[in-house]
Design a protein around this ligand. Structure first.
Ligand SMILES: *Cc1c(COP(=O)(O)O)cnc(C)c1O
Length: 463
């Protein structure tokens, strides 16, 4: 086989990609006809592809490149650690400096008594850890029948069997089935499901589903509730203000564990280190990954409160991954946290760039296609609709319009994703005001083009 490189012609790269590479969450035969876009380099918030385009990445990769691309400090941290100690495990009573230092740093950054870290290689693995950890916790406390975990429809917690069972993506559940003892309640998506209720009424109604579910199952059967503070993959769904205080009240009342999946929200995305601070939540466990290393290395973990850690510490927890606390991943994560802290990246998000983005992003609701615009810190979404007044959906299959809009964004060199007919952004936290202006300008241009296509194809019909 010829040696492939970024200088290999794009057509050849596409051909080999289609022949051998199975892409995640992709219809690979459709992709084969179209050919993948091949990303070759990246710097700051900008990607370069094999055809010489410069693309503004308003998704920070997959919600993870918080510090931006191309930071030499991170590649050097990796290189140093690879020479000193490329690998060792933390099973069988051994440890190493990167894992020790990173767990201490995370304990310092995490709120309250979240002081203990169990490392994993990804967010999915960390949620599998959580599933086993909370059940083991209740077993160790002499309540083994307390084993049901409640998640939410349209929540996303990852793609392994455990994590996708906790999540509420029906298309995933349908491929392989889910783990027993997991239940789901509805999501707080007012735009789509709020009916005639005000957002505040709806937020309460959705939170109270948790109490109803607990009572239906029996309060002594429920181990934990897991949720993303702001749903990410579900379409950046920001719950009404009434929602989280009511969830916290219910969790407290029934003494169940709260797992906050901070995989996207953590490490500055909402303008604080963790979204639980933004929303005033008191979780027992937080799932972390993505922004922990800004995506430069695969690493995730669970940050666990004192009490749960103490109970789990009292048994041998038969669980762990070869790459739990991988030294290179830990060293890179530590360096990433150092940069976020020293360069006051999160303070700048909170005080300057997020308020600036919010103002521009929310103004998109004046566009004829945009029904609502929601944004928290550096994660936002707009709902596309044929009729804002009635919050109508399109007659075309859900996602048809969102896909058209995503394609327009792509052709305008802007990466914005769609979840059904919601368009979402989650840019690197280092995005500047000038880059925000470009983002908004390209988003508007793409919305205009989408609108023109919809009218031309007769797709403005309400469903
Ligand atoms: C991405 C994501 C995960 C899964 O993380 P992976 O690293 O892809 O396994 C879990 N939870 C949330 C909220 C996520 O966004």
């Amino acid at each position: 086989m010829t040696l492939l490189s970024v200088n290999t012609p794009t057509e050849e790269l596409r051909r080999v990609d289609a022949a051998h590479h199975m892409h995640p969450f992709t219809n690979n035969s459709e992709l084969e006809d179209k050919g993948a876009r091949i990303i070759t380099r990246a710097e700051g918030c900008w990607l370069s592809d094999s055809e010489g385009n410069r693309i503004l990445d308003a998704m920070a990769g997959l919600w993870c490149v918080n510090i931006g691309y191309g930071r030499e400090e991170l590649s050097q941290a990796a290189a140093r650690q690879m020479s000193d100690l490329p690998y060792y495990n933390t099973f069988f009573q051994t440890s190493h400096v990167p894992a020790i230092a990173l767990s201490a740093k995370l304990a310092e950054l995490a709120p309250g008594d979240l002081n203990h870290v169990f490392f994993a290689g990804s967010g999915s693995e960390a949620n599998d850890t959580n599933l086993r950890m909370v059940r083991t916790y209740w077993q160790a406390k002499g309540q083994p029948e307390r084993n049901v975990i409640i998640g939410r429809w349209n929540g996303y917690h990852g793609s392994t069997v455990g994590a996708m069972s906790l999540g509420g993506m029906k298309g995933m559940h349908a491929q392989g089935g889910i783990v027993d003892g997991i239940e789901h309640i509805d999501q707080p998506n007012w735009w789509l499901e709020g009916g005639d209720m005000s957002p505040e009424e709806f937020g309460l109604e959705r939170a109270r589903q948790l109490e109803e579910k607990i009572l239906e199952l029996g309060p002594d059967k429920v181990a934990a509730f897991i949720a993303e503070p702001v749903q990410g993959a579900g379409g950046v769904i920001v719950a009404p203000d009434s929602y989280w205080p009511e969830i916290q009240r219910i969790v407290d009342k029934y003494g169940i564990l709260l797992i906050a999946d901070e995989v996207i929200c953590g490490f500055g995305r909402t303008g604080n280190w963790f979204a639980t601070e933004t929303l005033g939540l008191r979780p027992h466990i937080m799932t972390i990954a993505k922004g922990l290393s800004s995506g430069y290395q695969p690493i995730g973990g669970s940050i666990v409160c004192d009490e749960v850690a103490e109970v789990i510490g009292g048994v041998e927890f038969n669980h762990g991954y070869t790459y739990s606390g991988h030294p290179v991943a830990c060293a890179v994560a530590l360096e990433n946290l150092r940069l976020l802290e020293e360069e006051k990246v999160i303070e700048r998000v909170r005080d300057e760039t997020a308020p600036y983005l919010k103002q521009k992003f929310e103004a998109l609701v004046d566009h004829p296609l945009v029904g609502e615009a929601k944004i928290v810190g550096m994660m936002g979404s707009i709902a596309l609709t044929p009729n804002k007044e009635t919050r109508a959906v399109f007659a075309a299959e859900a996602g048809t319009v969102g896909f058209i809009c995503r394609e327009r964004c792509f052709s305008n060199n802007l990466i914005m994703r769609h979840v059904y007919d919601r368009m979402i952004i989650s840019p690197p936290l280092v995005i500047s005001k000038e880059e925000i202006d470009i983002l908004i300008e390209r988003a508007r241009q793409s919305l205009d083009e989408t609108h023109a296509i919809l009218r031309e194809k007769g797709l403005m019909q309400e469903g």
